[in-house]
Design a protein around this ligand. Structure first.
Ligand code: EPZ
Length: 425
């Protein structure tokens, strides 16, 4: 298993190109199942979850180019799909496989997808995906660890999500576009990744109103056609590099980013004293704060502060003067990184979903273990300011969602090295 070896204390300077958003690319790839025509996706990040989704589509007999090494422009053609199943072996490594449920049942009338189960950050049920599909007329059965859905043709309905769900909204949106009649989705997620998916579906011939709002009105169409679509920049990767610039000193220029999607993060970092300039054309410049000050953060659905930035913010809070209260409201178990940061010297108290981070505390390098994707990012940031050497184990988590993070960090002056299992021999 690969590990990162990081010698902290280097100033970061230079420019970092932000990749396409993993969480927008995954539903876009699943949406390619909705047409027999080729779908051309651009700005696809080369990360592990994309490879898993490409393998899943290949397993369903879609034509996909080199699923083991998806190129940035990725073509998918779902012309001869003969398998309507997402098997456990693939779903267990990536929950987002559930995103194939809606498109499969909408186009082929049948889908069988393994239930993802819980993960390191919480129980994460998919009951709302199933409820909403039933509202659209699908018959569903949960058996042997799989959810199976059938419908000759889905029919439009009004469904109010009792709780906001990002992939739930995406799944049902990609089902409703081929349903008979009108579907109204209320209390829908407004994340930029949902909006990006809706825009791609419109290019494929879907009729969707209310894009970017919490009410999506969809007029089902008989069939969709191919399209070319460029995936939006990854707002979480951009936010992670904003924090990297803010805590390490120096100055970073982020290119190919979308500051509009980072409102709450930029506002929070500025409140901590970080200087961020949005320079147009997707460029953002971050300069280290002279002095970081504590600030409170509550994770919320978009446009609130993203739960996917909570671990990275916590790394910053360890370096800020005062007590920062961090409240996690989206997932019930998303503080695994905190105990690892405490092993590096951070002063963090956890009480239920509230974490109080007191700073600034000098961090010292230690062996730590990554528990999930964003927790790993938080640990990398902590290691960049820690003295001495930090070894982060299980970095396969970070490879799921960050494209070549160590290369991007080395290019701006960080001392980070990937140790492969081979190095241990
Ligand atoms: C998406 O997960 C993202 N994943 C997550 O990114 C992100 O953390 C999350 O949204 C919140 O922003 C992808 O886009 C692939 P939810 P998702 O359904 O859709 C509960 C990352 O690091 N819920 O919006 O699975 C759920 O348990 C990842 O890139 C139900 O109760 O999240 C949670 O408490 C991790 N029943 C809340 O809703 C359901 O049927 C929000 O989850 C569905 C969700």
């Amino acid at each position: 298993m690969d590990r990162f070896q990081i010698h902290g204390g280097r100033k970061l300077n230079g420019s970092v190109q932000i990749s396409g958003a993993k969480n927008a690319a995954l539903p876009a790839m699943a949406a390619a199942l909705l047409t027999a025509d080729p779908v051309v996706l651009q700005n696809i990040p080369r990360v592990r979850d994309i490879i898993t989704m490409a393998k899943l589509l290949a397993h369903m007999r879609c034509r996909v180019e080199s699923p083991d090494l998806p190129p940035s422009q990725f073509i998918i053609q779902a012309q001869n799909v003969s398998m309507h199943e997402a098997p456990y072996e693939l779903v267990k490594t990536m929950r987002a496989s559930i995103l194939t449920l809606g498109p499969l049942v909408a186009r082929f009338g049948h889908a069988r997808v393994s239930l993802p189960g819980g993960c390191a950050i919480g129980a994460r049920p998919v009951d709302l995906h199933i409820q909403a599909l039933e509202a659209l007329g699908a018959e569903t059965k949960v058996e042997h660890g799989y959810v199976e859905a059938r419908a000759k043709r889905l029919r439009g309905a009004t469904f109010r999500f009792p709780k906001i769900t990002v992939t739930g909204t995406e799944n049902i949106l990609t089902a409703a576009v081929l349903a008979d009649g009108e579907t109204i989705l209320e209390n829908a997620a407004m994340e930029p990744e949902v909006t990006d998916l809706a825009e791609m579906l419109i290019k494929m011939g879907a009729k969707i109103e209310g894009v970017g709002t919490s009410t999506l009105k969809i007029q089902g169409v008989k069939s969709l056609h191919g399209a070319t679509h460029a995936i939006i920049p990854d707002r979480i990767e951009a936010g992670t590099f904003l924090v990297a610039g803010a805590i390490t000193g120096g100055e970073l220029l982020l290119t190919n980013s979308e500051p509009k999607h980072l409102g709450a993060v930029i506002e929070t970092l500025r409140a901590c004293g970080v200087e961020i300039k949005c320079e147009g054309n997707g460029n953002m410049r971050v300069r280290a704060a002279k002095k970081l000050v504590a600030h409170d953060v509550t994770t919320e659905e978009y446009p609130g502060f993203a739960t996917d930035m909570q671990a990275q913010f916590m790394a910053l809070a360890t370096q800020a003067e005062g007590a920062s209260k961090v409240r996690e409201t989206i997932f019930e178990n998303r503080y695994m990184h905190a105990s690892e940061m405490m092993r590096m010297g951070a002063n963090i108290e956890i009480d239920g979903n509230l974490a109080i981070v007191k700073g600034p505390t000098p961090l010292s390098g230690a062996p730590v273990t990554a528990s999930d994707l964003r927790a790993s990012a938080g640990l990398v940031l902590a290691a960049l300011v820690a003295d001495n050497t930090t070894i982060i184990d299980r970095v396969y988590h970070i490879d799921r969602g960050y494209e070549r993070i160590e290369d991007k960090l080395v290019a701006v002056g960080a001392d980070i090295q990937r140790l492969t299992s081979y190095d241990d021999q």
